[in-house]
Design a protein around this ligand. Sequence first.
Ligand code: NAD
Length: 281
Amino acid sequence: MFKWPKRGDDVTGTEAFRDIGDLKGQVAVISGSTSGIGLAMARGIAARGGDVVLNGLGDPSEIERTRSELEASCGVRVRYHAANMMRGDEVADMVAYGRHELGRVDILINNAGVQHVEAVEKFPSDKWEQIIAINLSSTFYATRAAIPIMKAQGRGRIVNIASAHGLVASPFKSAYVAAKHGVIGFTKTVALEVARDGITCNAICPGYVETPLVQSQIADQARARGISKEKVVEDVILAAQPTKQFVTTDQLVGMMLYLVSDLGASANGASFAIDGGWTAQ
Ligand code: NAD
């Protein structure tokens, strides 16, 4: 019977499993990591020994509390950069800051994202521009800045947090769906360009995760439809998700830890749906 290898097992083929998830000495830059999925990614990396550059909006004293708590509890270096993901120059500066402050950039997680739900004929131009800038263009600016650093190191891992909406559409989310489909196309292109440089570029496509981004949608939908939040979760939000369960941030962190490990070296240009079966339909 197959036995999962344990540390110290002397069995051919198990060597590669020993260090999976060990990120000591590595540096990760994570956009939009003051909340939700990005913050979970930061915690996951710090818990495995990696240093982290946090980024995102929020109350400065709360961000500082998160930063220092993460640093103390995990014994790693954690910094914060306030780049606005709507500004390409600030995005590039965040990546440069990671290299300057912490010495390297091994992992880039392009995670920052926002949503706006409205029929396309009424969709406000400023919301369209904002979603494309934060959800798509910031991924380009950060990746462009990180690749030369990763090439010089001979290794790098780029993980783009796309969405099930990068693979399929839903009505009233035109900008978000367009941006997330764009992220997947960008992921594939970058993967091909860096394939010989020890760098990989992949996308994770979560289904619904109960973060502030989704909690506000639940509240909006409940108001718009005049039904309870519980009913919105059951009938609207999780309608497309066959498991009828939210995806958890830990489950996404698990996928990311695989992708950034040495075992993830052949996963390149791929989109990994972690969506309870949503996009299998
Ligand atoms: P969230 O609202 O909890 O977090 C979003 C993060 O992005 C926050 O840290 C916020 O401060 C940051 N951010 C927003 N605008 C910014 C700006 N202009 N500059 C810098 N940072 C900015 O949302 P989340 O659910 O954790 O979403 C994270 C990513 O996961 C997004 O790309 C989202 O599209 C994607 N996603 C979420 C779900 C879900 O169900 N929650 C599903 C699929 C994909």
